[in-house]
Ligand binder design. Structure first.
Ligand code: GDP
Ligand code: MG
Length: 442
């Protein structure tokens, strides 16, 4: 699979030192082959490998990373980029209901997705309604009704026994009914065909023009491989869509279709469908998908490396102290800040990791110039003040401010941060240590 292939292609780069052009080209060739084998569209592969090559050759080799890690990082960054960068969002209408139209081939997973999306929204306090505008297949309306029932969401369907209805009219009536009944979201399920077909596109366009969707989601089976780019282009040109839902991601095919579709259409993948049950549904996170494609093993070694930089002895000393119930002093605080600085590139590395979101905000608010100020202020304190900050009254504050070239306000801010860190450490100490000792309250 794609992740194994890419990882294998990086094995040859184990040594240290600068990346040679020959090394880079050999690796790029392997990555190209792996992507093509995973059915990624040719133009996307070409763009992707071109950018990775350029960066791999152009970038200074970081001292902290070996060449393989360096390339992993570049490939990861570029994967995230092709996959759309940040996690995509739905467009909410200023005047409800928000209208979401689903489009895609027959069997892509639209009807299933309609139920999943409705349930997901309902769980967040929305009041979605489903509209059965697929009148192509005899059973389609009934299928949506079953899905709606499972999700606990009402379904607008044409009256049975009225002959072949008009899907455009059904869609329109559905949206106005939803508006009248004050649903805040309407999800319009539409008909697909087994292949790209002009009549289907025309019908989807007519529905689109009738209901003016806030988002049109192109639902596509992640298993269709080679065809993904072509089908996505056909829907982009035939109906137009604002976002993609990748279905059947529970299967083997991972990443290939995702890369092709986002690479070719530049539209974000908003959701992933991962099974036949209503709950098999998640938001799509480009960084996690990149991680899956790359198999985070190598990136994890980056983290290990950063952790080694973190001074183990220093950390243990602090941990012991806290466990013994002693309070954090300003000296400890400074030591911790310096550890964070030593880990410098950790911020970037954490940025590459899935599930690290909770640390990202903390890290973003911390920069090196801030650390310099903290050092200056603490160094302007006497040892007595550092171990017992309560001593630091008004006149001491202005002395410390003068001595460190700061304002009294900045001294106050630091003392405030310190107090928070002390409190956080107290509760961590009670919890038996652990956590990340390098990030007290910043
Ligand atoms: P539609 O024709 O686009 O409306 O597609 P359906 O929603 O009817 O789905 C077609 C088939 O794919 C059904 O048998 C679904 O149960 C199945 N299906 C849909 N989404 C997924 C998924 O994410 N994973 C798996 N394994 N099957 C899915
Ligand atoms: Mg359907």
């Amino acid at each position: 699979n794609l992740s194994d292939r890419i990882t294998a292609s990086l094995k040859g780069l184990r040594g240290h030192g600068r990346l040679s052009e020959a090394d880079v080209d050999k690796t790029i060739r392997e990555i190209r082959r792996a992507l093509l084998d995973a059915d990624v569209a040719v133009p996307v592969v070409r763009d992707f490998t071109g950018r990775v090559r350029e960066r791999a050759l152009g970038e200074e080799v970081s001292k902290a990373l070996n060449p393989a890690q360096q390339v992993v990082k570049i490939v990861n960054d570029e994967l995230v980029d092709v996959l759309g960068g940040a996690t995509g969002e739905l467009t909410w209408a200023k005047n409800p209901p928000t209208v979401i139209m689903l489009a895609g081939l027959q069997g892509a997973g639209k009807t299933t997705l309609a139920g999943k999306l409705a349930k997901w929204m309902k769980d967040q306090g929305h009041t979605p309604m489903l509209v059965a505008a697929d009148l192509q297949r005899p059973n389609a309306v009934n299928q949506l009704q079953i899905v709606g029932e499972r999700a606990g969401v009402p379904v607008f369907a044409p009256e049975p026994g009225n002959g072949v209805g008009d899907p455009v009219q059904v869609a329109l009536n559905g949206v106005s009914t939803a508006q009248f009944q004050q649903h805040d979201v309407v999800i319009v399920d539409t008909a697909g065909r087994l292949g790209v077909d002009e009549e289907m596109m025309q019908q989807a366009r007519d529905i689109r023009d009738a209901v003016h969707p806030d988002d049109t989601l192109f639902v596509v089976d992640a298993m269709i491989g080679q065809d993904a780019a072509r089908v996505a282009e056909a829907f982009r040109d035939g109906v137009g869509f604002t976002g993609v839902v990748l279905s059947k991601l529970d299967g083997d095919a991972r990443g290939g279709a995702a890369l092709s579709i986002t690479g070719v259409t530049q539209r974000p993948i908003l959701f992933a469908s991962t099974g036949e049950q209503l709950g098999d549904f998640e938001r799509f996170h480009p960084d996690r998908m990149a991680g899956r494609i790359l198999d985070m093993g190598d990136v994890l070694t980056l983290i290990e490396q950063a952790e080694r930089t973190f001074d183990q002895a220093e950390a243990e000393k602090t941990a012991k102290k806290l466990q013994s119930g002693q309070d954090l002093t300003l000296d400890d605080f400074l030591g911790l800040m310096q550890q964070v600085k030593k880990m410098g590139s950790l911020k970037k590395m954490l940025g590459m990791m899935p599930n690290m979101g909770q640390f990202r905000d903390q890290l973003d608010s911390f920069d090196d110039s801030q650390l310099g100020r903290i050092e200056a202020i603490i160094h302007s304190m006497t040892p007595a003040e550092r171990s017992d900050p309560k001593l630091i009254n008004g006149s001491r504050r202005s002395r410390i401010a003068k001595g460190s070239g700061s304002t009294v306000q900045q001294v106050n801010q630091l003392l405030e941060n310190f107090k928070n860190a002390q409190q956080a450490m107290r509760s961590m100490g009670r919890g038996g240590g652990g956590g990340m000792p390098g990030m007290p309250g910043m």
